[in-house]
Design a protein. Structure first.
Length: 85
């Protein structure tokens, strides 16, 4: 993992992005303290979503009713609820 100061990162931002695009991770420091780690973005896939959803509890009936109520508020008659405020 490579390191550069905040000043270097600012002045050589294009080079920094090129390095990250090549797969490098870069630690940005300020006053000899690490302040950020910049690395290539991880591409998310449908498999990632399925894995995340498999680890969650399915919504219950109340959740479905709450969503329906919220949608009903958004699709109401179109009048301004704040007109008399």
């Amino acid at each position: 993992m490579r390191s550069m100061t905040a000043t270097e990162a600012s002045r050589r931002f294009s080079d920094l992005l090129d390095a990250i695009e090549r797969g490098e991770s870069v630690v940005v420091t300020r006053g000899n303290r690490p302040i950020a780690e910049i690395r290539p973005a991880r591409r998310r896939t449908g498999k990632d979503l399925r894995t995340a959803l498999a680890e969650t509890t399915p919504p219950d009936d109340r959740f479905e009713k709450d969503i329906a109520g919220a949608v009903a508020l958004l699709t109401s008659d179109g009048t301004d609820p704040w007109a008399d405020a």
